[in-house]
Design a protein around this ligand. Structure first.
Ligand code: GAL
Length: 442
């Protein structure tokens, strides 16, 4: 078994949270409505019929939760900013009470010696912008630049680390291609412009932060999963390459100046329709780090019936590997493989900004013996170390997540925390996985 020292002194240890999943207080202090408020308050959208209106009440309980993170010996705390607390209509007037909240939150992190890491966009687009087309419309770009400007100017005196976006492939794919996440739109004509505008915002947002804060550490977080072919037949290898292009390469390669992976996914040629002059340049940015968010791996196979992709992934259940409570496969080696894959790009530093697992937890005598989550974290972390020891420049590991929270479409049923949340009484219990982290980081 490894120890904390094996990762080196400079390695950052943290937890990640996202505004909509924890804050609640959805109408308080002038906050505007986001696509997730709108979506989760509609019928039959969230699996357990819940919504994020109250969530973990982090808006009021942040100090207690930050103290909890501190008690686990964590030194970095990642959270996102709710766009509609700052700009209730997405653009226009700034809501001072929203700024006040994040000022208090940041000051509290510093008081507890936790380095704040701010994500600008973790999926909660203002509903007012969605009404004007949301991510499918170019108007989102200027609105996002303004949001980045306000946040970096307001918080940059204390926040050094910035993550422009959280998983563009998830919110564009699930939100605008298959309609499973907010805002629930589908089809290629929604998806492709959403992809392009998200790519643009990633770079433009970063440029605005850099302009206001020349010394900031700026990154963006990409969801990625190692994709293996179902056999070594060339057809299957080509299918895996297409899935890899869609899920892993689409949002990193344009930033690096490589363009969209059109060679492997010809449908992406249609993105050009949404290009304005100079966009090839504007989608590039020299990030200080790229956030890697990995949970599972995939096995892909050729399937001519699937439009555009002509491929699909083998259902996790058929892979004969252990599964998490939400049906994702446990495959620690995939973490190693995806880190190696991304290390081939000219990226300054990789940081694992999310990794974790949902399991069915049981509270017994005020304890949660989440052995499987503990094993999951230990084994994935071991693979992070393996990649690091082979020379991959990995600068940190952030667990998803501090406490059980609103897990998007799955509602409160999927528990990812290293701390248990009782959503009725808003009490917290540190799970065994959290206790292990506390001792490991001592
Ligand atoms: C990520 C997402 C998080 C969290 C996690 C677990 O894709 O960024 O917000 O929900 O997955 O599903």
């Amino acid at each position: 078994m490894y120890s904390k020292n094996d990762f080196g002194e400079k390695f950052r240890w943290g937890v990640s949270l996202a505004a909509y999943q924890v804050e609640g207080a959805y109408k308080d202090d002038g906050r505007g409505i986001s696509i997730w408020d709108h979506f989760s308050n509609r019928k039959n959208r969230i699996e357990d019929g819940s919504n994020g209106n109250v969530a973990c009440e982090f808006y009021y309980r942040y100090e207690q939760d930050i103290a909890l993170a501190k008690s686990l010996n964590l030194t970095n705390f990642r959270f996102s900013i709710s766009w509609t607390r700052i700009l209730p209509d997405g653009t226009g007037e700034v809501n001072m009470l929203g700024l006040d909240f994040y000022n208090r939150l940041i000051d509290c992190c510093l008081k507890y010696d936790l380095e704040p890491w701010v994500t600008l966009y973790h999926w909660d687009l203002p509903q007012a912008l969605e009404k004007q087309g949301g991510w499918t419309s170019r108007i989102v770009v200027n609105a996002f630049i303004k949001f980045a400007d306000v946040c970096s100017k307001s918080f940059g005196d204390r926040v050094k680390n910035w993550i422009v976006m959280n998983e563009p492939s998830t919110f564009t794919g699930l939100g605008y291609l298959i309609g499973y996440y907010a805002p629930g739109r589908f089809g290629i004509n929604n998806y492709l412009p959403a992809v392009h505008h998200a790519t643009l915002c990633q770079a433009e947002g970063a440029r605005m932060i850099r302009r206001n804060l020349p010394n900031a550490t700026i990154g963006t977080s990409i969801s990625c999963s190692y994709v293996a072919p179902s056999s070594d037949n060339p057809k299957q290898i080509a299918a895996a390459r297409r899935v890899d292009a869609l899920l892993n390469r689409l949002h990193i390669e344009p930033i690096l100046g490589m363009g969209y992976p059109v060679k492997d996914l010809p449908v992406l040629e249609q993105i050009e329709k949404y290009f304005h002059p100079y966009d090839e340049e504007l989608i590039k940015f020299d990030f200080d780090f790229i956030g890697i968010q990995n949970y599972f791996s995939l096995v892909a196979y050729n399937n001519p019936l699937i439009p555009y992709l002509q491929a699909f992934v083998v259902p996790f259940k058929k892979l004969n590997r252990p599964l998490t409570a939400n049906g994702w496969e446990v495959h620690p080696e995939g973490m190693y493989r995806i880190l190696k894959q991304f290390s081939a790009y000219p990226i300054k530093e990789l940081i694992v900004t999310e990794n974790g697992a949902a399991f069915h937890d049981r509270v017994e005598d005020n304890c949660v013996h989440d052995k499987r989550r503990l094993q999951y974290i230990q084994s994935y972390l071991g693979e992070v170390l393996r990649a690091k020891q082979e020379g991959v420049n990995i600068g940190g590991y952030f667990v998803w997540t501090l406490m059980d929270n609103f897990e998007w479409r799955a509602g409160f049923r999927s528990r990812f925390g290293i701390v248990h949340t009782d959503f009725v009484h808003q009490t917290r219990i540190i799970k065994d996985s959290g206790l292990w982290i506390r001792d490991f980081l001592k």
